[in-house]
Design a protein around this ligand. Structure first.
Ligand SMILES: [Mg+2]
Length: 246
């Protein structure tokens, strides 16, 4: 019997890619105004620093901390940390959170699950404060009984420890948890490895040039969706979970 439903946040509860693109444009404008950098230079430098940090510190929550990325970018380009490191951080996250829109039906689905007695949780690869800001801005924090960030767990999905930590906070066995996420590697394979029931979210995005919905592309060389329950609309989530429970 399923007792807990645990969610990823980014690209699962809301369209991260869309909000991130707008936040990057705001950052590009700041760097152009302050230092005359072209957007290409800003984005190349940020990508370079991200790769360096991942190589140096590995897959840990700190690699998601954009303050560390922006601090390094300024240091390596011999630019003043004050006031730019914090300005860049605030511009990026304030813009992203302002432009982050929940997928349709998320709030109603969480409300229905909550009313039906499921323990609801979050399991996310990210720093805690930013994820709290997002959930607060969405008005969703009230639905969740617990949150596990990789900052708290000191592990990143798809490592199984972070999922086990979630089950512990849900006061049940991993086999009594459904984990809902968009990433085949981080969410589906990770949850499966920890003994949870994965539920793969594959939203249909309306961002093609002609306005037609574009199905999310299946990553190559991963298990097919035949082996994993899939949903693409939060209006169907409750019924899908009921089927897993059987
Ligand atoms: Mg995600």
């Amino acid at each position: 019997m399923i007792k807990s439903v645990i969610f990823d946040i980014d690209n699962t509860l809301y369209d991260y890619d869309h909000a991130h693109a707008i936040a990057m444009r705001a950052l590009d404008e700041y760097m152009a105004e302050q230092f005359g950098w072209e957007p290409e230079k800003t984005e190349q430098e940020i990508a370079l620093i991200y790769r360096q940090i991942q190589e140096e510190i590995g897959q840990k929550a700190a690699c998601h901390n954009r303050l560390i990325r922006f601090q390094r970018l300024l240091e390596q380009n011999e630019l003043p940390l004050h006031p730019h490191a914090l300005n860049m951080y605030d511009i990026y996250w304030d813009t992203l959170i302002r432009n982050a829109k929940l997928y349709p039906g998320v709030e109603a689905a969480l409300s229905e699950l909550k009313k039906s007695g499921y323990t609801l949780g979050i399991g996310t690869n990210m720093t805690a404060r930013i994820q709290f800001r997002k959930l607060t801005s969405f008005g969703l924090l009230q639905f969740f009984d617990f949150i596990v960030s990789s900052e708290e767990a000191d592990r990143e999905k798809p490592q199984k420890d972070i999922f086990i930590f979630c089950a512990k906070k849900a006061h049940c066995l991993p086999s009594q948890c459904v984990y809902v996420g968009d990433s085949m590697i981080h969410d589906v394979i990770g949850a499966q490895g920890a003994g949870m029931h994965p539920l793969w979210f594959r939203p249909t995005k309306n961002d093609s040039a002609d306005g037609q919905p574009v199905p999310t592309v299946l990553p190559a060389a991963v298990p097919t969706s035949e082996q994993v329950p899939v949903f693409s609309d939060f209006h169907d989530l409750f019924n899908t979970i009921q089927q897993i429970s059987i």
